[in-house]
Design a protein around this ligand. Sequence first.
Ligand SMILES: C[S@@+](CC[C@H](N)C(=O)[O-])C[C@H]1O[C@@H](n2cnc3c(N)ncnc32)[C@H](O)[C@@H]1O
Length: 195
Amino acid sequence: MYMEHKHHGKSSASFLNADEILNELNFKGNETFMDAGCGDGYIAIKAIDSYLPDGNVYAVDSYNESIKNLNDYKKENNIENLVNIEADLSKEIPDVEDASVDVVLMLNVFHGFRDNCDDVILELKRIIKDDGKIAIMDFKPVEMQIGPPLDVKIPSSIVEEQFNSHGLKKVYLNEEIGAEIPGGKSHYMIIFEKE
Ligand SMILES: C[S@@+](CC[C@H](N)C(=O)[O-])C[C@H]1O[C@@H](n2cnc3c(N)ncnc32)[C@H](O)[C@@H]1O
């Protein structure tokens, strides 16, 4: 049974395009962004390099090795506006204040929170600003070569219900994004704001 995440160290970089994803988020350039469940941080790094010259980026993951590598990268490249945090997203994320983040992205992470998705949603709701956004991008529940087993994939309609139950409303849905698969694209992106 698929009880918890076993995806430590996995990255979507080989099959998802960071620009396609980050373009969905309509950055102005000075936002505070969190890559929640960042893995190797390829999205966080692309965001710093190309989208947020005057912004700040948090890269958060529970896997110590990923955060260690990102801290090395930060040091080697002298990047001041990247903050790497080792934390469990279903608990309080340390050093991130209430209502301080403009945009949170969870890329291929949310499907892993079967039993504790409420805790994650509440924690993300705590950290976003009143007009902040939470973007969930995940695998469509169809057979494909990539991603977790079919019964672990979670449809956007269920994600929407879960966020709605915590006072977060859908403001955007793209159901054709990601890698090419037979019949369309591999992913959806759904974005929420506080009601
Ligand atoms: C499939 S990987 C996706 C990584 C990255 N977002 C990407 O798309 O390349 C899932 C990531 O979520 C992290 N993760 C799983 N459970 C977590 C939790 N409770 N708190 C923080 N990170 C978690 C894993 O360590 C892993 O890096």
